[in-house]
Design a protein around this ligand. Structure first.
Ligand code: UD1
Ligand code: UDP
Length: 391
């Protein structure tokens, strides 16, 4: 699909479609960047694949959706999300006829929205394109979702040069801009030296001499045994190191909450809380000693803040920070997670080797590059210069 050149004074009508917390965190700064530019008319459709976890992000960034599909239900299946989004987005597209739809990343909202736009012959721009784990079973179903968006998209915004190479290896012919990840842009909205935590349980932890170990775990492929193994390792660390303070904002999925509370409740140095607002989360990460996570977003944010990360997965589609040395793959076996955590708590040189701020994912200007790329595609500006991570 091609982009129709805009006449002078004609606005570019951009429909953002997203539905989950991570998409919202990473699309909000881009939406705001277009909103403050008179050459754009940004509109927002939320699928609400997530409800509360989405709404809190929108509130913090001061964004109201123009369309809300409100699809979330308890124990929703992938087929349900796919079909509800596919049909819901079709109705929105028929009403609003945008010049381009922007989707983000790898969720089922992303895939189904792109497919719906493709069927309606509306060009799709894929933000955070080209990440690959090369393993269809992990992350599941995100690796497939992200791959399926690639042939449907008319333009790709890849965070890193390696992401672009992945797309080129798949013979993707549409334009690819290397922009950096908008997650790094989001940090400049949230992280403050004098930040006061809103969540009282977190505020109550400071000032502290304890090492804060920030934990998140929610991935579908980790539900069940892997998640229990992860929690067993965290429990062992908490029991052995009383000067460690674990903080675990627990995802709202009941399949996560039940084992988390069953295995980690009752320890004096483990705080289980509801999901944190994104500003609380980013500022807590900035003050953490170590991050244990299976999240994609945290793998990008923590290295930018100089915080070592142990990834609770066997693979990653974000190898750049692993290569830079700030992130290590810990897998999902209790023994290895425990051993790697213990090493970082007891071996100062090992810790210092990882606790370095690296920014392979962006320089905080991803949104400006994407905005410039859109202007270029619609005949209203120069081509942006690609993001080049420091060697
Ligand atoms: C989804 C994405 C995943 C992303 C994650 C971010 C897919 C297939 N998965 O997974 O890629 O990493 O979001 O967190 O797109 N729930 C609530 N309130 C909320 C959000 C969720 O109650 O605000 C509960 C609901 O019971 C829901 C369940 O969590 O049924 C699972 O949500 P779902 O979006 O299906 O899966 P996630 O694991 O969150
Ligand atoms: N996040 C948050 N509150 C939390 C946990 C995570 O605001 O309690 C933020 C996190 O900082 C990142 C995003 O949500 O910006 C990541 O979302 P998640 O881990 O759910 O999804 P993933 O990145 O794995 O797809």
């Amino acid at each position: 699909m091609t982009f129709e050149k805009k006449k002078s004074g004609e606005k570019i009508r951009v429909l953002f479609i997203f539905g989950t917390r991570p998409e919202a965190v990473k699309m909000a700064p881009l939406y705001l960047a277009l909103r403050e530019d008179a050459r754009f008319e940004p509109l927002l459709c939320v699928t609400a694949q997530h409800r509360q976890m989405l709404d809190t992000v929108l509130e913090i960034f001061g964004i109201s959706p123009d369309y809300d599909l409100d699809i979330m239900k308890a124990a929703q299946t992938l087929s349900y999300i796919t079909t509800a989004v596919l049909t819901g987005v079709e109705t929105v597209l028929k009403t609003c006829r945008p010049d381009i739809v922007l989707v983000h990343g790898d969720t089922t909202t992303t895939f189904a929205s792109a497919l719906s736009a493709f069927y309606q012959q509306v060009p799709v721009g894929h933000v955070e394109a080209g990440l690959r784990s090369f393993d269809m079973s992990s992350p599941f179903p995100e690796e497939l979702n992200r791959r399926l968006v690639a042939p449907m998209a008319s333009v790709h915004f890849s965070p890193t040069p390696a992401n672009r190479e992945n797309l080129l290896a798949e013979r993707i012919a549409a334009p690819i801009f290397v922009t950096g990840n908008t997650a790094i842009d989001a940090l400049s909205y949230t992280v403050r030296n004098d930040y006061a935590f809103k969540t009282s349980a977190v505020r109550g932890l400071f000032p502290t001499d304890r090492c804060i170990l920030l934990l998140t775990a929610h991935r579908r492929e980790n539900l069940g045994t892997p998640m229990r193994q992860i929690f067993a390792a965290v429990r062992q660390v908490a029991e052995e190191f009383p000067d460690v303070q674990v903080v675990y904002p627990v995802h709202l999925n009941p399949a996560v909450r039940e084992p988390a509370h069953e295995m980690l409740d009752g320890l004096q140095n483990v705080l289980l809380c509801d999901p944190l607002d994104v500003d609380d989360m980013h500022n807590l990460m900035e003050r953490a000693y170590l991050v244990l996570t299976d999240s994609g977003g945290l793998q990008e944010e923590a290295p930018a803040l100089g915080r070592p990360v142990l990834v609770l997965r066997t693979e990653t589609e974000r190898p750049e920070a692993v290569r830079a040395g700030t992130v290590k793959m810990a897998g999902v076996e209790t023994e290895r997670i425990y051993a790697l955590t213990k090493e970082l708590l007891t071996d100062a040189p090992a810790y210092a080797g990882m606790a370095r701020a690296v920014n392979p994912y962006g320089d905080g200007h991803a949104c400006a590059r994407i905005r410039q790329a859109l202007l270029y595609l619609f005949g209203c500006g120069e081509k942006p210069v690609d993001f080049q991570p420091e060697p």
